[in-house]
Design a protein around this ligand. Structure first.
Ligand SMILES: [Fe+2]
Length: 221
């Protein structure tokens, strides 16, 4: 099987294995099950050197043993993947998303509406990376968002609740317009992500009073 499709196959297998009947993982898998993911339907795009290549290699190398097949699939597919940095696609320039996110994000969209390996008008799936020791500030969006974390640990804040650390293999579900933030520690954050519908509206930040303090603390590591 061609490497990018093989990677997608591993991602789907990982979702099946690790999400253990989780309602929203089932929803993602159901949409994937209705798609034609055959070679005949695959689009080929010019690969791009990942901006955060070192962090990506580190993430692949440090993925837990139970994700070794996915790590191998990603390593093999790497020369054929197209990675993008969000420089205003997801956030208007007026949004105070912060320098951490702007300089520390990267994603590889395998399914989606624009230049993805497989086309879907209103659904995305891919891999999302954040570099170490940064804060992805609190934000909301209309699209329901699914994550399966692949590294450990990362800190999450949902709404006004306290921060909590989650290990690899955790399903995160962010319902539409519900606030969430990510705190990345020494290990890069790598995840499988999906927006399951209503993907064409931008994200908005939700101001919090502790951003500077958290960012200073993280950057000191
Ligand atoms: Fe989000």
């Amino acid at each position: 099987m061609q490497a990018v499709r093989a990677l997608l196959h591993e991602i789907i297998g990982t979702l099946r294995d690790l999400s253990d009947g989780h309602q929203h993982a089932a929803e993602v898998l159901s949409i994937l099950g209705r798609m034609d993911l055959s070679a005949a339907n695959q689009h080929h795009w010019t690969p791009s050197e990942p901006v955060h290549a070192c962090e990506l290699q580190r993430a692949i190398g440090e993925m837990p043993q139970n994700l070794s097949r996915l790590a191998d699939g990603l390593q093999i597919a790497l020369p054929q993947l197209q990675w993008r940095v969000d420089r205003g696609v997801y956030y208007d320039v007026t949004e105070d998303i912060g320098n951490d996110y702007r300089t520390g994000n990267m994603h590889c969209e395998l399914i989606g509406p624009n230049g993805s390996t497989f086309h879907h008008d209103d659904f995305t799936l891919g891999l999302f990376l954040l570099t170490p020791n940064i804060l992805y500030r609190d934000h909301v969006h209309q699209a329901p968002e699914f994550y399966l974390t692949l590294m450990e640990p990362t800190g999450w804040r949902f709404g006004d609740r306290d921060w909590q650390d989650v290990p690899s293999g955790t399903v995160i579900w962010n319902a539409p317009e519900t606030s969430h933030a990510i705190r990345v520690y020494d290990t890069p954050f790598l995840s499988i992500y999906s927006w399951t519908r209503d993907i064409h509206t931008k994200c908005r930040v939700v101001p919090r009073g502790d951003w500077r303090e958290i960012e200073t603390e993280l950057s000191a590591n």
